[in-house]
Ligand binder design. Structure first.
Ligand code: DON
Length: 576
């Protein structure tokens, strides 16, 4: 280690305390991040586009748009259809986060339909008698499930932002759940993979298995119980899910299987509107997810660090070096500070401040990786592959970026009898056991400890990017890699790439710990890999990750483009 590196790392510790804010060099720079609202996009596209992870869901969105619905009605249609056709990733037993842009007044709003912990949450339930973490209760069955947020979030979007009645937007999903559809290979694979866990609960086995096995590929799948539950939601709004018969069935099923939900937990659930995080980067405004997501804060922090470099003038090795160093520093903060804003105080002003970013930038050496062990605080993370994102722009320029999740594949695998509702296993996104990682390797801090009524921290980063001439709606699943996927998508968009190029682009990821650069096969050629290793990076090849769905709008030519990640064939981006 050189003396120079030690000095810089030492000074980095000081910079964290805020002294960077006082440095004259830092003060000279204009602020680039704040929580603000954007101006309306300049004109209407005149046509619409939807990109989602499943062609049936994309078509449901387009159908509702043809009926006179706007992007927000279409979002309700796509989300509810995904609950039927892509239950391994999201559903009405889970939650979502969305960034909406309303064209008529330029309003940007974040919809927080994240799950909450039940009031009776007890950390002891997630620890074995020998003190080791109980990964089964954290990930499977009713104790792993938070109080669902998706139904309330859909009602909120329909009532406050939609043009159509909720019944009309939910109709395609209800219709298809009754008529039946052929599960795609991904759903089939998910059921086959989780067969054993599904067999533990009769209602789960009844819904997903035939004679204890995954249904034969190509077999028609019907979901009449979920159709009834969606219908009650359509007719009665929140009351149709969080009160009355459905609520009673959910609570009875959860408690009979060892869970601790009460009717009061359901009755008390509220989807919330929050102010998005907004960051300006090279003339583009990025409108993204605030806590209880860590995504937007991390993306803003990375962009603020990168705003001090001329990435376009650099070769790939240098560019990757600075991007990875910015990722490293943002991820260091991400688990340490963030949690549910209704429960914890967070230093958001510091994390979003350009002066803080200036300090972090000072600690980056031009020619060497900074080992994560040289940076104070340690919070590791890893990626998963089940969750889903869709993007919509309608003819008027309304936009919806929506990321939905039941957490890991098929969530808790627990279906609440009589409802057709597959519950999430989002409780694992809390730091359930101090200093023990969750399924993504995230350790978390007190800020993300489980408390009744609290929302667990998320990496979901639905985002809208508004540039001088072009606009993009973007997001992806992928656990902690969501953040770096969206970041790289933003950088590629600013470089002028179109929707197809952005979703197809090879990815790399660094999350502070483990101190490795995760790389998709084919991202770097041999010379680039060798140069990065020479600088001190450990590269680790991983299977491709993410399922990005992007819509772009060129406001000069009025062209819309919609693209779904080529890594997964079931998706569809379509313009109409
Ligand atoms: O909210 C979160 O950050 C996680 N529950 C998301 C999980 C995810 O993206 C899994 N994979 N693709």
């Amino acid at each position: 280690m050189t003396i120079s590196l030690n000095w810089r790392v030492l000074s980095f510790g000081l910079l964290l305390t805020g002294s960077a804010a006082l440095s004259p060099a830092a003060v000279a720079k204009p602020p680039v991040a704040a929580v603000v609202q954007s101006a309306p996009a300049s004109r209407r596209p005149g046509h619409a586009a939807v990109a989602s992870a499943n062609f049936l869901a994309t078509r449901a969105g387009l159908e509702v748009l043809r009926q006179g619905g706007n992007a927000f009605d279409a979002a309700v249609a796509v989300a509810s259809m995904l609950s039927v056709v892509e239950p391994e990733s999201s559903g009405i037993g889970g939650g979502f986060m969305a960034v909406l842009h309303r064209a008529k007044d330029g309003r940007n709003v974040f919809i927080d339909a994240r799950e909450t912990a039940p009031a009776a949450v007890d950390a002891k339930d997630y620890v074995n008698p020998d003190g080791s973490p109980n990964r089964d209760t954290a990930l499977s069955g009713p104790l792993s499930a938070g109080i669902p947020g998706e139904p309330a979030g859909l009602v909120l979007i329909a009532q406050r932002y939609g043009r159509l009645a909720l019944q009309q937007s939910l109709a395609p999903a209800i219709r298809l759940a009754r008529a039946g559809f052929k599960p795609d290979p991904r759903l089939h694979g998910a059921i086959a993979e989780e067969q054993k866990v599904l067999q533990r609960w009769p209602a789960s086995a009844a819904k997903y298995l035939r004679n204890g096995q995954a249904p034969a590929p190509g077999a028609i799948w019907r979901d009449p119980e979920q159709a009834r539950t969606l219908e009650r939601l359509a007719q009665h709004g929140d009351d149709g899910f969080y009160h009355g018969g459905t609520a009673q069935k959910l609570v009875d099923a959860v408690r009979a299987a060892g869970g601790n939900w009460t009717l009061a937990d359901l009755a008390g659930y509220q989807a919330k509107e929050r102010t998005p995080v907004s960051v300006d980067y090279r003339g583009y405004k990025i409108i993204t997810a605030p806590p209880p997501s860590s995504g937007g804060v991390a993306i803003a922090e990375i962009l603020n660090i990168l705003s001090g470099y001329d990435l376009a003038a650099m070769d790939q090795v240098q560019r990757v070096h600075y991007i990875v160093e910015a990722m490293r520093r943002a991820f260091r903060d991400h688990n340490a500070y963030l949690g549910d804003p209704d429960f914890v105080k967070m230093p958001l002003a510091m994390l979003l401040s350009p002066y803080y970013a200036d300090g972090l930038r000072q600690s980056i050496l031009p020619d060497r990786a900074t080992p994560s062990s040289m940076l104070p605080r340690a919070e590791p993370a890893d990626a998963g592959m089940h969750t889903t994102h869709f993007s919509i722009i309608d003819a008027d320029g309304n936009m919806a970026a929506v990321t939905l999740t039941v957490n890991t594949i098929l969530g808790s695998k627990f279906v609440a009898a009589g409802t057709g509702v597959l519950l999430n296993n989002e409780m694992d996104d809390f730091a359930l056991v101090p200093n023990k990682p969750n399924v993504y390797g995230l350790l978390g801090s007190k800020a993300n400890a489980p408390v009744g009524g609290k929302r667990m921290l998320s990496s979901m980063s639905p985002s809208i990017v508004i540039g001088p001439e072009r606009t993009m709606v973007i997001g992806s699943p992928g656990g902690s890699t969501i953040i770096t996927q969206v970041l790289e998508g933003i950088l590629h968009f600013i470089d002028g790439e179109n929707a197809q190029q952005i979703v197809a682009h090879k990815r790399f990821h660094h999350q502070y710990l483990p101190d490795v650069v995760m790389v998709e096969p084919g991202t770097f050629d041999a010379a680039t890999s060798a140069a990065l290793e020479q600088m001190g990076y450990t590269l680790k090849q991983r299977e491709p990750w993410g399922f990005m769905n992007v819509v772009t709008w060129d406001r000069k030519t009025n062209q819309l483009d919609a693209a779904s990640d080529p890594r997964r064939p079931s998706g569809l981006g379509q313009v109409q």
